[in-house]
Ligand binder design. Structure first.
Ligand SMILES: NC(=O)N[C@@H](CC(=O)O)C(=O)O
Ligand SMILES: [Zn+2]
Ligand SMILES: [Zn+2]
Length: 346
């Protein structure tokens, strides 16, 4: 049995750090493991131009613990009104990607795109400037069952975007279905996907059987076990189209444990340990480094990290809650025993 595993330091290609006082929790948690993170722009109000992205980046970097190397990579929130000029200005400011939220699909997506046709000038500019397109891939049609919204998005929208922008680098974020994994596999090399730790470890039974467990509630929602298995197969396949994106999405305890709870699971506290747990269970620890530390950087055209982290098999208990804003947040796997731990990480 492997007792210790040293890998290139990983990056997180999809994270929600939030803003203001939340950054004191989220930035140190992420920086403990990751060298770089792709920072989601769904703030209130969203990060819609270069100036806002730069100001947000400064608020994040102010929270990096002394002595840590951590680079937030900024993302523009795309709206119906995002212009080619907005894209050029963002690119010039170092923004690496634009994020497509179909309006109403998820947390803070009200300003998102109502019709893809509105986005075509921005997508043309992104393709020209070499800026990546990141997608929350779900339809918002209330007539479509929530468990089918990702699959329907592939058919109704993604196929057309991939076809119309052959030079645009596209990341289908936080995939949750066999259909999405197959779509990405069949697509050209400019289409990739991130996979979360929770979609590898869990399926909808964990959320709904024997009681409703709100901390597993995230979007796109957990699917049936056969989809979980397909995601595990994709993540451990060694195919560089699939890489790590935690989608760690903090919501305070009272907002999760509520009659109408928020969508999002907080995994940043121990994300790499959760992924290691999943890869270990699949007997695929040798595939973790590519997925967590190489393929994302390669897809973004960035150099791989030079330093390493070491994971040790040493059981520990996830705290039942953590300080967050002026209350608490419940990390995924609260109170449970995890087998893997990052060595010397504090
Ligand atoms: N994943 C989630 O359930 N929630 C995310 C938004 C998102 O990534 O869709 C959030 O910002 O809370
Ligand atoms: Zn999303
Ligand atoms: Zn997200």
């Amino acid at each position: 049995m492997t007792q210790e595993l040293t890998i290139t330091r990983p990056d997180d290609w999809h994270i929600h750090l939030r803003d203001g006082d939340a950054l004191a929790r989220t930035v140190p948690d992420a920086a403990r493991q990751f060298a770089r993170t792709i920072v989601m722009p769904n703030l209130v109000p969203p990060v819609m131009n270069a100036e806002q992205a730069l100001a947000y980046r400064d608020r994040i970097t102010a929270q990096i613990p002394a002595g840590r190397q951590f680079e937030p990579l900024m993302v523009l929130y795309l709206t119906d009104n995002t212009s080619a000029a907005d894209i050029s200005a963002a690119r010039a400011a170092g923004v690496v990607a634009g994020k497509l939220y179909p309006a109403g699909a998820t947390t803070n997506s009200d300003s998102g795109v109502t019709d893809l046709a509105h986005l075509y000038p921005a997508l043309e500019a992104m393709q020209r400037e070499g800026m990546h397109l990141l997608i929350h891939g779900e339809v918002t049609d209330s007539g479509i069952d929530i468990f089918d919204r990702e699959k329907t998005f592939l058919e109704r929208s993604l196929a057309k975007v991939v076809n119309d922008f052959p030079e645009l680098n596209i990341v289908l974020e936080h995939i949750t279905t066999r259909d999405a994994a197959e779509f990405v596999l069949a697509a050209p090399a400019n289409v990739a996907a991130t996979i979360t730790a929770h979609h590898l470890l869990y399926n909808r039974n964990h959320m709904l059987a024997g009681g409703i467990r709100p901390h597993y509630y995230c979007l796109p929602i957990l699917k049936r076990q056969s989809h979980q298995q397909a995601l595990m197969a994709a993540a451990t396949s060694g195919n560089p189209k699939f890489f790590l994106g935690t989608d760690s999405a903090p919501h305070a305890k009272s907002k999760k444990e509520a009659a109408c709870g928020c969508a999002g699971s907080y995994t940043a506290y121990s994300a790499i340990e959760l992924y290691t747990e999943a890869f270990d269970a699949a007997g695929a620890l040798d595939k973790l480094e590519g997925f967590a530390s190489h393929f994302g950087a390669d897809f973004y055209g960035l150099s791989r990290n030079q330093d390493t982290i070491t994971l040790v098999r040493q059981p520990w208990e996830m705290p039942s809650s953590l300080a967050y804003l002026d209350e608490k947040i419940v990390p995924l796997c609260a109170g449970e025993t995890l087998n893997w731990q990052v060595k010397d990480s504090v």
